[in-house]
Design a protein around this ligand. Structure first.
Ligand SMILES: Cc1cc2nc3c(=O)[nH]c(=O)nc-3n(C[C@H](O)[C@H](O)[C@H](O)COP(=O)(O)OP(=O)(O)OC[C@H]3O[C@@H](n4cnc5c(N)ncnc54)[C@H](O)[C@@H]3O)c2cc1C
Length: 405
């Protein structure tokens, strides 16, 4: 049997390697449109490649996937984070875990991962073609034909589509024509812009834990929050952008958010903490010291300014109204978001081939027999932390071991 793999990224390579290893009797050919193989692996994780996330519990792992969590539950039983770690270890690549759970090769170099995949593919006998530029796929009665630049043709009995995501719906037309439903692609993982907002005068200031809510929706996330010179970023915002990718796209990235800067306090306990601090510092200036270790001196000054508390005002002289505004700002600051910015260069697209059209036991299309899918071409995406690659390894593996049956 002749098996084709379209796309030389993480999912395509993993699928090709496992297919060629599982079925040495079949011919496995990988076709890459661009001149560089594994280009995203090489730039990923700031050049270090965040291969996976230290999360051995599959039930917990799926919670990091705004799209695909239901389908990946059973897929991770077949190839989990533990399997990823073991697979690389078997090939001499040791992964280390950072304090936030992200896993990288101990070399801190993404070339280690790319070279490992290239070596494994060659050893398994995968034939690799790159720089094919124009790649067109045709379905015919006895399989698939792929025409590339200079009109060269390849014929396959089965084919794995591992072409990654496309930013526009039109990019998926060729898969739509073969009967697949496509979920419109929209960006995921972005930061929030606050246009000309005074908060942006505090870039670099962060809080360890804030609760951020998108007003008028059910979207809510808790986690570290970072002020940037254009608005708000940090894990709490990135998670909101991932879970709210479609809803926020529909709002054209214009909405209000409510930030609770001290989510560990209820209003009553917050007022009690301020009262106690006030009693102990009654003769001191309010702006002089933040009563909360979670709120830095500069951020505290911003809250005082927002509550119209002058530099020189002492705790003894704070009015009830000023105190109420302070509490309101600490627990319920409202910010108007006007637009988004890409998080570093790391963009992920939500959307792609509808998961309803794919049998996750094998990754075979339910609409086009003989066609398989893996990686970001599917409507699967996750927050940052190594989860997107884990989905590519898992779906690539399942497709690879199923395609030659
Ligand atoms: C800058 C950046 C950094 C990232 N860092 C991380 C990270 O550290 N950890 C993490 O988990 N995720 C990270 N991600 C996300 C991760 O890179 C992707 O989820 C992952 O690469 C998806 O793998 P894939 O094989 O499905 O697609 P891709 O890596 O996009 O590979 C698809 C390949 O198919 C080729 N192709 C497209 N169309 C055709 C065609 N018709 N014929 C033949 N070939 C075709 C493309 O040229 C490409 O080489 C990052 C993303 C970006 C953009």
């Amino acid at each position: 049997m002749k098996i084709g793999i379209l796309g030389g990224g993480a999912a395509g390579f993993f699928g090709a390697i496992h297919c060629a290893e599982t079925y040495p009797q079949h011919e496995v050919v990988l076709l890459e449109k661009a001149n560089k193989l594994l280009a995203k692996v090489l730039v990923s994780g700031g050049g270090r490649c965040n291969v996976t996330h230290d999360c051995p519990d599959n039930g917990l792992l799926v919670q990091f996937y705004p799209r695909g969590n239901k389908e990946l539950r059973s897929a991770f039983e077949k190839f989990s984070v533990k399997d990823t770690i073991a697979w690389y270890k078997k090939r001499g690549v040791i992964l280390k875990t950072e304090s936030d759970g992200r896993m990288f090769p101990i070399t801190d170099n993404s070339e280690t991962i790319a070279n490992c995949l290239l070596d494994a593919a060659r050893e398994a006998g995968v034939r690799i073609y790159s720089n094919l530029q124009q790649v067109r796929l045709y379905k015919n009665t006895n399989g698939f034909t792929v025409k590339v630049k200079d009109e060269r043709e390849f014929h396959f009995d089965r084919i794995l589509i591992a072409t990654g995501g496309f930013p526009k719906l039109e990019g998926f037309n060729w898969l739509k024509e073969l009967g697949h439903d496509i979920v419109e692609p929209v960006p995921s993982l972005f930061t929030f812009n606050l246009k000309d907002h005074p908060l942006a005068a505090l870039p670099g200031i962060s809080v360890e834990k804030a609760e951020v809510k998108v007003m008028g929706t059910k979207l809510i996330q808790e986690g570290p929050l970072l002020i940037t010179h254009w608005g708000l970023s940090g894990p709490a915002i990135l998670r909101l952008s991932a879970w709210g990718a479609r809803e926020l796209h529909e709002k054209e990235y214009k909405f209000d958010i409510m930030v609770n800067w001290l989510p560990n306090f209820k209003e009553e306990s917050l007022r009690a903490a301020i009262d106690s601090f006030k009693e102990q510092n009654i003769k001191k200036q309010i702006q002089g010291q933040s009563p909360f270790r979670e709120i830095s001196a500069r951020l505290w000054k911003w809250f005082c300014d927002a509550a119209s508390i002058p530099d020189t005002l002492k705790w003894a002289d704070i009015s009830k109204k000023q105190l109420n505004v302070l509490v309101e700002k600490l627990l319920r600051s409202i910010f108007p978001v006007e637009g988004k910015s890409t998080f570093k260069d790391e963009f992920v697209t939500a959307g792609g081939v509808s998961l309803k059209d794919v049998d996750f036991k094998t990754m075979q299309s339910k609409k086009c027999p003989g066609m398989y899918f893996a990686g970001e071409v599917l409507n699967i995406d996750a927050i940052t932390g190594g989860f997107n690659f884990q989905a590519a390894w898992t779906t690539g593996y399942i497709a690879g071991i199923s395609m030659g049956l």
